[in-house]
Write a protein that binds this ligand. Sequence first.
Ligand SMILES: *[C@@H]1O[C@H](CO)[C@@H](O)[C@H](O)[C@H]1NC(C)=O
Ligand SMILES: *[C@@H]1O[C@H](CO)[C@@H](O)[C@H](O)[C@H]1NC(C)=O
Ligand SMILES: *[C@@H]1O[C@H](CO)[C@@H](O)[C@H](O)[C@H]1NC(C)=O
Length: 306
Amino acid sequence: MLFTAAAVVALAAALRVSAVPAPVEAWVSSLTNMSASDLSALAPYTQMARAAYCDPSKVTGWQCGDACNAVPGVQITTTGGDGDSVQYYYVGYYPTDNSVVVAHQGTDPTQFLSDLTDADIPMENLNSTLFPGVDSSVQVHKGFADEHAQTADIILSAVKSLISSTGATMVTLIGHSLGGALAELECMYMHLNLPSNIAVRGRTYGTPRVGNAAWASFFDSSISDFMRVDNEKDPIPICPGRFLNYSHVQGEVHIVQTDYAVECPGDDDATDAQCTISTVPNVADGDILNHLGPYQGIYIGTIYCT
Ligand SMILES: *[C@@H]1O[C@H](CO)[C@@H](O)[C@H](O)[C@H]1NC(C)=O
Ligand SMILES: *[C@@H]1O[C@H](CO)[C@@H](O)[C@H](O)[C@H]1NC(C)=O
Ligand SMILES: *[C@@H]1O[C@H](CO)[C@@H](O)[C@H](O)[C@H]1NC(C)=O
Protein backbone atom coordinates (compact mmCIF):
# COMPACT_ATOMS: atom_id res chain seq x y z
CA MET A 1 0.00 0.00 0.00
CA LEU A 2 1.21 3.47 -0.88
CA PHE A 3 1.10 6.21 1.70
CA THR A 4 0.82 9.79 0.56
CA ALA A 5 2.99 12.32 2.36
CA ALA A 6 -0.13 13.73 3.98
CA ALA A 7 -1.13 10.29 5.25
CA VAL A 8 2.31 9.75 6.74
CA VAL A 9 2.11 13.09 8.53
CA ALA A 10 -1.37 12.25 9.78
CA LEU A 11 -0.21 8.82 10.95
CA ALA A 12 2.76 10.36 12.77
CA ALA A 13 0.41 12.84 14.42
CA ALA A 14 -1.94 10.02 15.41
CA LEU A 15 0.93 8.03 16.92
CA ARG A 16 2.19 11.04 18.79
CA VAL A 17 -1.27 11.67 20.22
CA SER A 18 -1.68 8.02 21.20
CA ALA A 19 1.52 8.26 23.26
CA VAL A 20 -0.41 10.52 25.63
CA PRO A 21 -2.68 8.60 28.05
CA ALA A 22 -6.20 8.38 26.66
CA PRO A 23 -8.75 10.30 28.72
CA VAL A 24 -10.39 8.02 31.26
CA GLU A 25 -14.13 7.66 30.70
CA ALA A 26 -15.43 8.35 34.16
CA TRP A 27 -19.11 7.50 33.78
CA VAL A 28 -20.22 4.09 34.92
CA SER A 29 -23.79 2.83 34.69
CA SER A 30 -23.56 0.62 37.76
CA LEU A 31 -21.26 0.25 40.73
CA THR A 32 -17.79 -0.73 39.52
CA ASN A 33 -14.70 -1.74 41.44
CA MET A 34 -11.87 0.52 40.42
CA SER A 35 -8.94 -1.42 39.03
CA ALA A 36 -5.62 -1.17 40.86
CA SER A 37 -4.10 0.54 37.81
CA ASP A 38 -6.89 3.14 37.54
CA LEU A 39 -6.61 3.79 41.27
CA SER A 40 -2.86 4.31 41.13
CA ALA A 41 -3.26 6.48 38.01
CA LEU A 42 -4.97 9.06 40.24
CA ALA A 43 -1.83 9.58 42.33
CA PRO A 44 -0.22 12.38 40.27
CA TYR A 45 -3.42 14.45 40.49
CA THR A 46 -3.74 13.71 44.21
CA GLN A 47 -0.19 15.01 44.68
CA MET A 48 -0.96 18.09 42.57
CA ALA A 49 -4.04 18.76 44.75
CA ARG A 50 -1.77 18.44 47.78
CA ALA A 51 0.80 20.81 46.28
CA ALA A 52 -1.90 23.50 46.00
CA TYR A 53 -1.65 23.92 49.80
CA CYS A 54 2.05 24.74 49.63
CA ASP A 55 3.39 28.26 49.75
CA PRO A 56 3.45 29.77 46.24
CA SER A 57 7.13 30.65 46.70
CA LYS A 58 7.83 26.89 46.86
CA VAL A 59 5.38 25.90 44.13
CA THR A 60 7.13 28.31 41.78
CA GLY A 61 9.99 26.20 40.44
CA TRP A 62 8.07 23.10 41.67
CA GLN A 63 10.10 22.84 44.86
CA CYS A 64 7.38 22.14 47.39
CA GLY A 65 8.89 18.94 48.79
CA ASP A 66 7.26 15.50 48.68
CA ALA A 67 4.17 16.50 46.68
CA CYS A 68 6.24 18.22 43.97
CA ASN A 69 8.90 15.48 43.95
CA ALA A 70 6.19 12.86 43.39
CA VAL A 71 5.20 14.47 40.06
CA PRO A 72 8.45 15.46 38.39
CA GLY A 73 8.55 17.85 35.48
CA VAL A 74 5.60 20.15 36.19
CA GLN A 75 6.45 23.61 34.86
CA ILE A 76 4.74 26.35 36.84
CA THR A 77 4.08 29.71 35.17
CA THR A 78 1.60 31.37 37.51
CA THR A 79 0.89 31.20 41.24
CA GLY A 80 -1.31 33.35 43.40
CA GLY A 81 -3.67 33.71 46.30
CA ASP A 82 -2.89 34.53 49.90
CA GLY A 83 -4.15 31.32 51.53
CA ASP A 84 -6.77 33.37 53.34
CA SER A 85 -9.23 35.57 51.44
CA VAL A 86 -8.11 33.96 48.18
CA GLN A 87 -7.04 30.31 48.26
CA TYR A 88 -3.62 29.61 46.81
CA TYR A 89 -3.66 28.46 43.21
CA TYR A 90 -1.18 27.60 40.52
CA VAL A 91 -1.13 27.13 36.75
CA GLY A 92 1.47 25.02 34.98
CA TYR A 93 2.26 22.53 32.25
CA TYR A 94 2.34 18.78 32.88
CA PRO A 95 4.31 17.26 29.99
CA THR A 96 3.35 13.64 30.80
CA ASP A 97 -0.25 14.39 29.75
CA ASN A 98 0.54 17.30 27.40
CA SER A 99 -1.89 19.13 29.67
CA VAL A 100 -2.12 22.50 31.32
CA VAL A 101 -2.89 21.97 35.01
CA VAL A 102 -4.69 24.38 37.33
CA ALA A 103 -4.97 23.57 41.03
CA HIS A 104 -6.76 25.36 43.86
CA GLN A 105 -6.08 25.10 47.58
CA GLY A 106 -8.83 24.09 50.00
CA THR A 107 -9.59 25.50 53.40
CA ASP A 108 -9.74 24.58 57.08
CA PRO A 109 -11.93 21.44 57.19
CA THR A 110 -13.69 22.08 60.49
CA GLN A 111 -14.59 25.66 59.62
CA PHE A 112 -15.62 24.55 56.13
CA LEU A 113 -17.93 21.84 57.48
CA SER A 114 -19.54 24.34 59.79
CA ASP A 115 -20.07 26.80 56.90
CA LEU A 116 -21.54 24.06 54.73
CA THR A 117 -24.02 22.91 57.33
CA ASP A 118 -25.17 26.46 57.95
CA ALA A 119 -28.90 26.66 57.19
CA ASP A 120 -28.54 29.62 54.86
CA ILE A 121 -26.53 28.62 51.80
CA PRO A 122 -27.74 30.80 48.94
CA MET A 123 -27.48 29.74 45.32
CA GLU A 124 -27.23 32.13 42.41
CA ASN A 125 -27.03 32.11 38.64
CA LEU A 126 -23.60 31.98 37.06
CA ASN A 127 -22.15 35.33 36.02
CA SER A 128 -23.02 35.54 32.30
CA THR A 129 -19.79 37.36 31.45
CA LEU A 130 -17.69 34.54 32.83
CA PHE A 131 -20.10 31.73 31.89
CA PRO A 132 -21.78 32.87 28.66
CA GLY A 133 -24.97 31.25 27.39
CA VAL A 134 -25.90 29.21 30.48
CA ASP A 135 -29.60 28.52 31.07
CA SER A 136 -31.16 30.53 33.89
CA SER A 137 -32.27 27.34 35.66
CA VAL A 138 -28.61 26.64 36.50
CA GLN A 139 -27.66 27.80 39.99
CA VAL A 140 -24.55 27.36 42.10
CA HIS A 141 -23.35 28.12 45.64
CA LYS A 142 -22.86 31.87 45.87
CA GLY A 143 -19.70 31.68 48.00
CA PHE A 144 -18.00 29.27 45.59
CA ALA A 145 -19.00 31.38 42.56
CA ASP A 146 -17.69 34.57 44.21
CA GLU A 147 -14.40 32.91 45.11
CA HIS A 148 -14.02 31.46 41.62
CA ALA A 149 -14.66 34.89 40.05
CA GLN A 150 -11.79 36.44 42.01
CA THR A 151 -9.17 34.51 40.05
CA ALA A 152 -11.07 33.56 36.88
CA ASP A 153 -9.60 36.10 34.46
CA ILE A 154 -5.98 35.74 35.53
CA ILE A 155 -6.17 31.93 35.42
CA LEU A 156 -7.84 31.88 31.99
CA SER A 157 -5.16 34.11 30.50
CA ALA A 158 -2.41 32.00 32.06
CA VAL A 159 -4.04 28.85 30.62
CA LYS A 160 -4.39 30.36 27.14
CA SER A 161 -0.82 31.52 27.13
CA LEU A 162 0.45 28.04 28.16
CA ILE A 163 -1.67 26.35 25.48
CA SER A 164 -0.11 28.60 22.91
CA SER A 165 3.47 28.20 24.16
CA THR A 166 3.37 24.41 24.72
CA GLY A 167 0.79 23.08 22.25
CA ALA A 168 -1.08 21.45 25.16
CA THR A 169 -4.31 19.77 24.04
CA MET A 170 -5.89 19.43 27.45
CA VAL A 171 -6.58 21.39 30.62
CA THR A 172 -6.83 19.51 33.91
CA LEU A 173 -8.58 21.21 36.85
CA ILE A 174 -7.58 19.92 40.27
CA GLY A 175 -8.48 20.66 43.86
CA HIS A 176 -9.35 19.38 47.31
CA SER A 177 -12.18 20.55 49.58
CA LEU A 178 -13.15 24.14 48.68
CA GLY A 179 -10.45 23.82 46.02
CA GLY A 180 -12.41 20.92 44.52
CA ALA A 181 -15.54 23.06 44.29
CA LEU A 182 -13.48 25.77 42.57
CA ALA A 183 -12.04 23.17 40.17
CA GLU A 184 -15.56 21.92 39.35
CA LEU A 185 -16.66 25.47 38.47
CA GLU A 186 -13.41 26.01 36.58
CA CYS A 187 -14.09 22.92 34.40
CA MET A 188 -17.25 24.60 33.11
CA TYR A 189 -15.54 27.99 32.84
CA MET A 190 -12.75 26.50 30.71
CA HIS A 191 -15.25 24.48 28.65
CA LEU A 192 -17.16 27.67 27.81
CA ASN A 193 -14.12 29.89 27.21
CA LEU A 194 -11.53 27.73 25.46
CA PRO A 195 -11.59 26.47 21.86
CA SER A 196 -13.52 23.20 21.55
CA ASN A 197 -10.39 21.26 20.48
CA ILE A 198 -8.97 21.64 24.01
CA ALA A 199 -10.17 18.77 26.22
CA VAL A 200 -11.27 19.76 29.72
CA ARG A 201 -11.16 17.30 32.59
CA GLY A 202 -11.31 17.44 36.37
CA ARG A 203 -9.90 15.53 39.33
CA THR A 204 -11.21 16.62 42.72
CA TYR A 205 -10.98 15.33 46.29
CA GLY A 206 -13.42 15.70 49.17
CA THR A 207 -15.61 18.08 47.18
CA PRO A 208 -18.89 19.46 48.50
CA ARG A 209 -21.93 19.82 46.24
CA VAL A 210 -21.56 22.91 44.06
CA GLY A 211 -24.98 23.60 42.54
CA ASN A 212 -28.51 22.46 41.83
CA ALA A 213 -29.79 19.61 39.66
CA ALA A 214 -29.77 21.85 36.57
CA TRP A 215 -26.07 22.59 37.23
CA ALA A 216 -25.37 18.87 37.56
CA SER A 217 -27.09 17.90 34.33
CA PHE A 218 -25.52 20.80 32.43
CA PHE A 219 -22.12 19.79 33.79
CA ASP A 220 -22.62 16.09 33.02
CA SER A 221 -23.54 16.88 29.41
CA SER A 222 -20.56 19.27 29.01
CA ILE A 223 -17.65 17.60 30.83
CA SER A 224 -17.08 13.94 30.03
CA ASP A 225 -13.90 13.27 31.98
CA PHE A 226 -14.38 14.12 35.63
CA MET A 227 -13.65 12.25 38.84
CA ARG A 228 -14.52 13.45 42.32
CA VAL A 229 -12.81 11.27 44.86
CA ASP A 230 -14.39 10.86 48.30
CA ASN A 231 -12.49 9.23 51.13
CA GLU A 232 -14.11 6.77 53.53
CA LYS A 233 -16.33 8.67 56.03
CA ASP A 234 -15.54 12.24 55.00
CA PRO A 235 -18.73 14.26 55.68
CA ILE A 236 -17.88 17.21 53.37
CA PRO A 237 -19.11 15.46 50.17
CA ILE A 238 -22.64 15.09 51.61
CA CYS A 239 -22.84 18.88 52.06
CA PRO A 240 -24.73 21.09 51.33
CA GLY A 241 -27.65 18.70 51.73
CA ARG A 242 -29.85 17.46 48.93
CA PHE A 243 -32.84 18.83 50.87
CA LEU A 244 -31.46 22.30 49.99
CA ASN A 245 -31.75 21.30 46.30
CA TYR A 246 -28.01 20.76 45.90
CA SER A 247 -26.85 17.95 43.62
CA HIS A 248 -23.47 16.47 42.86
CA VAL A 249 -22.27 15.99 39.30
CA GLN A 250 -21.25 12.56 37.98
CA GLY A 251 -17.90 10.97 38.57
CA GLU A 252 -17.95 9.80 42.19
CA VAL A 253 -15.04 7.60 43.18
CA HIS A 254 -15.39 6.39 46.75
CA ILE A 255 -12.33 5.08 48.56
CA VAL A 256 -13.80 2.40 50.81
CA GLN A 257 -10.44 1.55 52.32
CA THR A 258 -6.82 1.34 51.19
CA ASP A 259 -6.58 -0.52 47.84
CA TYR A 260 -10.37 -0.67 47.51
CA ALA A 261 -12.27 2.07 45.69
CA VAL A 262 -15.48 2.01 43.67
CA GLU A 263 -16.87 4.16 40.89
CA CYS A 264 -20.47 5.11 41.62
CA PRO A 265 -23.13 5.71 38.95
CA GLY A 266 -25.23 8.85 38.61
CA ASP A 267 -24.99 12.23 40.28
CA ASP A 268 -25.78 11.25 43.87
CA ASP A 269 -25.64 7.50 44.38
CA ALA A 270 -27.82 6.87 47.43
CA THR A 271 -28.31 3.18 46.64
CA ASP A 272 -24.96 1.43 46.70
CA ALA A 273 -23.66 0.69 50.17
CA GLN A 274 -20.05 1.30 49.12
CA CYS A 275 -20.74 4.90 47.96
CA THR A 276 -20.58 8.07 50.03
CA ILE A 277 -24.25 8.72 50.80
CA SER A 278 -24.86 5.26 52.27
CA THR A 279 -21.52 5.34 54.10
CA VAL A 280 -22.16 8.80 55.59
CA PRO A 281 -25.97 9.27 55.70
CA ASN A 282 -25.58 12.25 58.07
CA VAL A 283 -22.77 14.58 59.04
CA ALA A 284 -22.80 13.01 62.51
CA ASP A 285 -21.89 9.65 60.92
CA GLY A 286 -18.80 11.18 59.32
CA ASP A 287 -15.20 11.58 60.40
CA ILE A 288 -13.76 14.95 59.37
CA LEU A 289 -10.21 13.55 59.62
CA ASN A 290 -11.04 11.38 56.60
CA HIS A 291 -11.35 14.64 54.63
CA LEU A 292 -7.55 14.92 54.76
CA GLY A 293 -6.98 11.37 53.56
CA PRO A 294 -5.42 9.03 53.09
CA TYR A 295 -6.40 9.20 49.43
CA GLN A 296 -4.76 5.88 48.56
CA GLY A 297 -1.81 6.69 50.82
CA ILE A 298 -1.71 10.46 50.22
CA TYR A 299 -2.82 13.09 52.74
CA ILE A 300 -3.86 16.56 51.58
CA GLY A 301 -3.82 19.71 53.72
CA THR A 302 -1.71 22.55 55.02
CA ILE A 303 0.38 20.34 57.31
CA TYR A 304 1.28 17.96 54.46
CA CYS A 305 3.49 20.42 52.58
CA THR A 306 6.85 18.97 53.48
C1 LIG B 1 -14.81 -5.53 44.68
O1 LIG B 1 -13.77 -5.50 45.63
C2 LIG B 1 -14.15 -6.00 46.92
C3 LIG B 1 -13.01 -5.75 47.90
O2 LIG B 1 -11.79 -6.17 47.38
C4 LIG B 1 -14.51 -7.49 46.79
O3 LIG B 1 -14.94 -7.98 48.05
C5 LIG B 1 -15.61 -7.64 45.75
O4 LIG B 1 -15.87 -9.01 45.54
C6 LIG B 1 -15.23 -6.98 44.43
N1 LIG B 1 -16.38 -7.03 43.53
C7 LIG B 1 -16.25 -7.36 42.25
C8 LIG B 1 -17.51 -7.33 41.45
O5 LIG B 1 -15.18 -7.71 41.75
C1 LIG C 1 -19.33 39.30 36.18
O1 LIG C 1 -17.96 39.12 35.87
C2 LIG C 1 -17.39 40.26 35.23
C3 LIG C 1 -15.98 39.85 34.81
O2 LIG C 1 -15.22 39.40 35.89
C4 LIG C 1 -17.43 41.43 36.21
O3 LIG C 1 -16.87 42.57 35.60
C5 LIG C 1 -18.86 41.69 36.61
O4 LIG C 1 -18.89 42.70 37.61
C6 LIG C 1 -19.52 40.44 37.15
N1 LIG C 1 -20.94 40.69 37.34
C7 LIG C 1 -21.56 40.45 38.48
C8 LIG C 1 -23.03 40.73 38.50
O5 LIG C 1 -20.98 40.04 39.47
C1 LIG D 1 -36.25 23.16 46.01
O1 LIG D 1 -36.84 23.21 44.74
C2 LIG D 1 -38.25 23.10 44.76
C3 LIG D 1 -38.75 22.99 43.33
O2 LIG D 1 -38.20 24.00 42.53
C4 LIG D 1 -38.82 24.33 45.50
O3 LIG D 1 -40.21 24.25 45.56
C5 LIG D 1 -38.23 24.36 46.90
O4 LIG D 1 -38.64 25.54 47.57
C6 LIG D 1 -36.71 24.32 46.88
N1 LIG D 1 -36.18 24.16 48.22
C7 LIG D 1 -35.27 24.95 48.75
C8 LIG D 1 -34.83 24.65 50.14
O5 LIG D 1 -34.76 25.87 48.10
